[in-house]
Design a protein around this ligand. Structure first.
Ligand code: G6P
Ligand code: ZN
Length: 543
């Protein structure tokens, strides 16, 4: 085997964000950019000699070429085995499952999630550890430190094998094992939800549209929904993965999955609508005339999960990210289980899941998952909803409104201001932080502030502390506004403003969240000066 040691110098800005390193594809394709980062990952995680790694991605433009480089570098750095999804495809949850199932040291997952793909789009690389979850901060910090000290990288001169045929080949001293990306995942799902019951649901005429958005979940959804569960052909739309996702953002929100949302609010709506994102970890669920907010979805799934095959023993605990609404807290309280509030980013759930302290986790950003893997899992959430619908014999709308009747409704919305200047974003947050002490007792747009802080999280399993995770403002009427900058963008800054208020009275549960929250929205703007500082009169995306 011929290992080439290439001298290099540190490249600025290779700092992993909420979910690994995300950059414009063109940046990742610059000579040495990917190589430098991969070498930093290899060294940052303590080397790969003799180790097994899972490698795969969401199939976006540059996925296959990047995998070829990664394989040559893993081999050159002494890895024993690389388990690779056929044609380089692995959804994020399927990669997490494979790492766990095969006892791998970790995995390299290539994706920029819901961001667009293509030469002008985005690319990303994330390292997942042996539990199948995204590397925690200590490791991403070590990777970043290596990017700043790198002098050389190691790569095999041989070409990597084609990724199209299943089975084992050799690359230098490393075995490359190409696996079916779908098979193990289907087997896992079968242990968690009742396939037989969902099959009967479809056989009785229940209709679903699953929009795979030309991203990685297409083959998974086809195999499970139309294959194993017998849903009619055509249930899964946009099912073939494309390197540029057909030119769209593979993000299941009202803007980018507009067709699905339109259909679900039209007379032709099927019983259920659902979509996932680029790498298959996000989900949105809709019923006829209703879109389930991700925060409500977490609460409803938590309240009903005991009905599903794999969760008969109920929940150990529930975890949600801080900006996610407090709907899940009410379920935890009723069930008498712990509720954990973590910073944004799935990696913060890993320790809680490993320690058996939480069973289900969720985020407002269309993420739901459980202890079956260490990533959020889009298709799993859809299957769990189907199983609950089948078990309860009710429509999605009935299940959700009944949930609100029982627990009250947490009206919720998120307003995103995308692509604002980094300076404007930083300044807005810095000024907010500086004003925290003076906010309590003051009134903004008619709402009096009771508490204001900058969220910090102490991990109850290892005591690690993560600070500056978003500004929370609580009002005396119980409403809440949260401000933070996105950690997944690739251009400028994105300001996210999360707004919520609680309504216990069932006669007031059928209102439009934007209307109900108008006062909180106005107060948030008055506190942070959003319009004035960003020059925007309205958010770019409302979820
Ligand atoms: C990714 C992460 C999530 C996170 C989301 C939004 O999908 O996996 O855990 O909630 O990004 O992050 P952001 O920093 O953009 O708000
Ligand atoms: Zn994703």
């Amino acid at each position: 085997m011929n290992v080439e040691t290439v001298s290099t110098a540190p490249i600025e800005g290779q700092k992993p964000g909420t979910s690994g390193l995300r950059k414009k594809t063109a940046v990742f394709m610059k000579p040495g950019y990917l190589e430098n980062y991969v070498q930093a990952v290899i060294e940052g995680v303590g080397g790969v000699e003799g180790r097994t790694l899972v490698v795969g991605g969401d199939g976006r433009f540059f996925n296959d070429k990047a995998i070829a480089v990664i394989l040559r570098m893993l081999a050159a750095n002494g890895a024993a085995r690389a388990i690779v999804g056929q044609n380089g495809m692995l959804s994020t949850p399927a990669a997490s499952n494979l790492i766990r199932k095969r006892g791998a040291f970790g995995g390299i997952v290539l994706s920029a999630s819901h961001n667009p793909g293509g030469p002008e789009g985005d690319f990303g690389l994330k390292f997942n550890i042996a539990n199948g979850g995204p590397a925690p901060e200590a490791i991403t910090d070590a990777i970043f430190a290596r990017t700043r000290a790198l002098t050389e990288y190691r790569i095999l001169t041989e070409e990597a094998p084609p990724l199209s045929s299943l089975g084992e080949t050799r690359l230098g001293g490393m075995i490359v094992e190409i696996v079916d990306p779908v098979k193990d995942y289907v087997a896992l799902m079968e242990t968690l939800v009742d396939f037989e019951r969902i099959r009967r649901l479809f056989a009785s005429g229940f209709s679903l549209r699953f929009d795979a958005m030309h991203a990685v979940t297409g083959p998974y959804a086809k195999a499970i929904l139309e294959g194993a569960l017998g849903a009619p052909a055509g249930t899964v739309v946009n099912a073939s993965p494309l390197p540029d996702f057909g030119g769209h953002h593979p993000d299941p929100n009202p803007v980018h999955a507009a067709d699905l949302f339109r259909l679900m609010f039209s007379p032709e709506a099927p019983d259920m609508g659902a979509a996932s994102d680029g790498d298959g970890d996000r989900n949105i669920v809709l019923g006829r005339g209703i879109s389930v907010s991700p925060s409500d979805s977490l609460a409803v799934l938590a309240a009903n999960i005991h009905l599903a095959k794999g969760y008969g023993e109920g929940l150990k605990g529930i975890a949600r990210s801080m900006p996610t609404s407090r709907a899940a807290d009410r379920v935890a309280q009723k069930l008498g289980v712990d509720l954990f509030e973590t910073p944004t980013g799935w990696k913060f759930f890993g320790n809680l899941l490993d320690a058996g302290r939480a069973t289900i986790c969720g985020e407002e950003s269309a993420g739901t998952g459980s202890d079956h893997v260490r990533e959020k899992d889009g298709l799993w959430a859809v299957l769990l909803w189907l199983d609950i619908v089948a078990a309860r014999g009710q429509s999605i709308a009935e299940i959700v409104t009944e949930h609100w009747r029982t627990y009250g409704r947490d009206y919720y919305t998120r307003h995103d201001y995308e692509g604002i200047s980094t300076a404007a974003g930083d300044e807005l947050m810095a000024d907010l932080r500086a004003s925290l002490e003076t906010l309590p007792g003051r009134t903004f747009a008619g709402l009096r502030v009771s508490v204001a802080d900058d969220f910090a999280y102490e991990d109850p399993t290892d005591g690690s502390v993560t600070r500056r995770q978003g500004v929370r403002v609580l009002f005396e009427n119980g409403a809440r506004a949260v401000f933070r900058l996105s950690g997944t963008g690739t251009e400028g800054a994105t300001l996210r403003v999360y707004l919520e208020t609680f309504e216990p009275d069932p006669s007031k549960h059928a209102r439009d969240p934007q209307e109900v929250l108008a006062g909180v929205i106005a107060a948030a703007d008055a506190i942070a000066g959003i319009r004035q500082r960003t020059g925007r009169t309205a958010p770019d995306v409302v979820t």
